[in-house]
Write a protein that binds this ligand. Structure first.
Ligand code: COA
Ligand code: AMP
Length: 629
């Protein structure tokens, strides 16, 4: 029996004892009354326990005498800046910033929004909130003011932490005008904005704005760690749902620490003092768990990288960073490797760097296609590990746990269920399907530590979104199958979420924006296959009668509108005007059929189709744009 199988069995035989033992790696102010309990109808872990997440990320290592160890390395391929911070230094920065937030009236349970580029201050901000018991909500810098304002209205932050700019290839994005615009659009008004001035842009500060560096420099006090309940929220992370209103995934303090600490050792096989690099962004869950928290819980060194896998300046950047900082493991999305493979198919850049410390490549965020995995294996000569998870869980549901002894890789599979997750594949009636058969992937309740107990201020939406369709299970909204060896395969989403370059986006949200264009009568947004980004959104619009603008004008305006309303990250570049949308007789838009046309897949129009001729019109319109040919 493999160590993995023995560990999984150990969990199955004692589901609370397993996590109680794992919790031994966390410092608690007060122990729990119950490892697991249902409280107010919600599943809760470490009920009655008290703790502080920042203590476990920073202070405990300083107290143990490891304050001079490097906690954070910053490498910006955009600006050339390189810096590193010891645990001692991070503690000082975070405790001062925490005191500044307290001076502004931020107390336990208050929310703070962060809208930050990939600089260490983003981590200082998150940790400062954790230190004083405030709840942070990081909003990805590629989202437009409207999206930021939606989150401001929902989270109602007292303070917003930001920087003067983000830097993308070829353009500098001044953040202050975006934050001001978002606040102007919001009903809720934060008391203060704290802004970190970067040398590239000097932002004008208003009366309610404070200069981050000056504030922290002048702060004499150091905030102590504020004790919170294990079940108190650590953060809210908004993620795409089926509508334009994002879901506020809630992460608690205690369960999050226990699960992430366990994952660092058993999945990622990282030891204290080693360098772990997650090439993602703090705005995504990967950034929360594996740029900020988990490496620090482990006493490892985390790397904050600002740049892209290609073009900053070339396809060798990742290898330069791995060799320069002796990175032990890299975690990124497969799309980053597809981008590198396209630029450097023979891996010539790889040979130019010393990768002798590099042990493992972890991929997640979207399906890891076998070609990309094999290319990485061949050129890097290290295990390439696909693993599957969601914003909702905060850590892997299925993985190949390297720390427990790597299992054989099966291409196209993120391997097996992690302890804590009992995965079932169900048919529409909620019955388990046979091995190898496709169905809805569900997790038997309760979910393990770190998984969302609920959505922010939306318990009903939480139950409706995840728990209602298959009673007794959490519905992941991914479809797939489990083979006879227990390996899981993730094949598609069952809702209208699409995955663009590892970014989770809602086609429903994009449709709401297109529908708001005054010339658009009806619309649909599909996720169509893309060699580099996995999927790309494609907009289809039907114009209102009597519209005087040309279709090309409306299409251009629609693209601009989505960029303005959702942000560049939506990556909607193509909108096509069609005469009519294909529908069933009951009026349901045939999105799946249109996607198959775009992706050149075989399809059979559903028997309930209202007018099959419309499909021919749609195919012709797509072909005119070079799609589906
Ligand atoms: N702030 C502002 N704009 C941003 C941004 C940010 N933080 N991040 C991305 N954008 C913009 C980009 O500039 C781009 O704008 P454009 O349409 O004007 O070119 C758009 O949003 C799309 O960005 P991105 O998805 O990053 O595409 P790209 O073409 O710039 O790069 C890859 C493609 C594959 C190199 C890139 O997606 C990548 O490195 N992915 C790695 C995986 C990853 O980070 N996954 C996250 C989850 S693990
Ligand atoms: P996010 O919440 O942004 O992390 O996106 C979660 C979704 O991304 C999942 O529900 C899947 O659809 C997809 N996903 C994440 N990791 C994988 C993976 N390893 N294989 C296939 N799909 C994945």
């Amino acid at each position: 029996m493999s160590l993995y199988a023995a560990t999984y069995d150990r969990w199955k035989n004692d589901r609370t004892g397993f996590w109680a033992e794992a919790a031994g790696n966390v410092d608690w102010v007060k122990g729990w009354d119950k490892v697991y309990d249902r409280v107010d109808g919600l599943d809760r872990w470490f009920v009655g326990a008290e703790c502080n997440t920042c203590w476990n990320a920073i202070d405990r290592h300083v107290k143990a005498g490891n304050g001079s160890r490097t906690a954070i390395i910053h490498d910006s391929a955009m600006t050339g800046v390189k810096a590193s911070y010891t645990y001692d230094q991070v503690l000082d920065e975070v405790a001062r910033l925490g005191a500044c937030l307290q001076d502004m009236g931020v107390a336990k349970g208050d929310r703070v929004i962060l809208y930050m580029p990939m600089i260490p201050q983003a981590l200082f901000g998150m940790l400062a909130c954790a230190r004083i018991g405030a709840v942070h909500s990081v909003v990805f810098g590629g989202f437009a003011p409207h999206e930021l304002s939606t989150r401001i209205n929902d989270a109602k932050p007292k303070v917003i932490l930001t920087a003067s700019c983000g830097i993308e290839p070829g353009r500098i994005i001044a953040y202050k005008p975006l934050v001001d615009d978002a606040i102007a659009q919001s009903e809720h008004k934060p008391d203060k904005v704290i802004l970190f001035q970067r040398p590239e842009v000097d932002a004008d500060l208003g009366p309610d704005d404070a200069d981050w560096a000056a504030l922290v420099d002048n702060q004499k006090r150091r905030a102590e760690c504020v004790t919170v309940k294990a079940t108190d929220p650590l953060y809210i992370l908004y993620t795409s749902g089926t509508t334009g209103q994002p879901k506020g995934v809630v992460r608690d303090n205690g369960g999050h620490m226990v699960a992430l600490r366990w994952s660092m050792e058993n999945i990622y096989d990282i030891k204290p003092g080693e360098v772990f690099w997650s090439a993602s962004d703090v705005g995504w869950v990967v950034g929360h768990s594996y740029i900020c928290y988990a490496p620090l819980f482990m006493g490892a060194t985390t790397l904050v990288f600002e740049g892209k896998p290609v073009g900053t300046p070339d396809a060798g950047t990742f290898w330069r960073v791995i060799s320069e900082y002796k990175v032990a493991a890299l975690f990124t999305a497969p799309t980053a490797f597809r981008a590198i493979k396209k630029e450097d198919p023979d891996g010539r850049f790889i040979g130019q760097h010393d990768l002798s410390h590099f042990r493992t490549l972890f991929l997640a965020g979207e399906r890891a296609d076998p070609d990309t995995v094999k290319w990485a294996e061949n050129h890097l000569k290290v295990p390439v590990i696909d693993h599957w998870w969601q914003t909702e869980t905060g850590w892997a549901i299925a993985a190949n746990p390297v720390g427990l002894g790597k299992l054989p890789v099966k291409y196209g599979s993120p391997t097996v269920a992690m302890p804590g997750y009992e995965i079932h594949v169900l048919d529409e009636g909620g019955h388990e399907v046979a091995p190898g058969q496709l169905g809805a992937i569900c997790i038997k309740l309760p979910l393990p530590p770190s998984c969302l107990p609920t959505l922010w201020n939306a318990d009903d939406r939480f139950r409706k979104s995840y728990l209602t369709h298959f009673p007794g299970y959490y519905e992941t909204a991914d479809a797939g199958y489990i083979d006879a060896d227990g390996y899981l395969y993730i094949m598609a989403r069952t809702d209208d979420i699409i995955n663009v370059a590892g970014h989770r986006l809602s086609t429903g949200g994009m449709e709401e924006v297109l529908a708001s264009h005054p010339s658009v009568a009806e619309c649909a947004v599909l996720g169509i296959a893309d060699e580099l980004k996995g999927q790309l959104p494609l907009g289809l619009v039907v114009l209102k009668a009597g519209v005087t603008k040309t279709p090309a004008e409306v299409e251009k305006e629609c693209v601009k509108l989505v960029r303005e309303q959702i942000g560049a990250v939506a990556a909607l570049k193509t909108v096509i005007t069609i005469k009519r949308l294909p529908k069933t007789r009951s009026g349901k838009i045939l999105r799946a059929t249109m996607r198959k046309i775009a992706d050149k897949e075989d399809f059979k129009p559903p028997a309930t189709i209202d007018d099959p001729a419309i499909l021919t019109e749609v195919a012709e319109a797509m072909r005119a744009h070079g799609i589906g040919v």
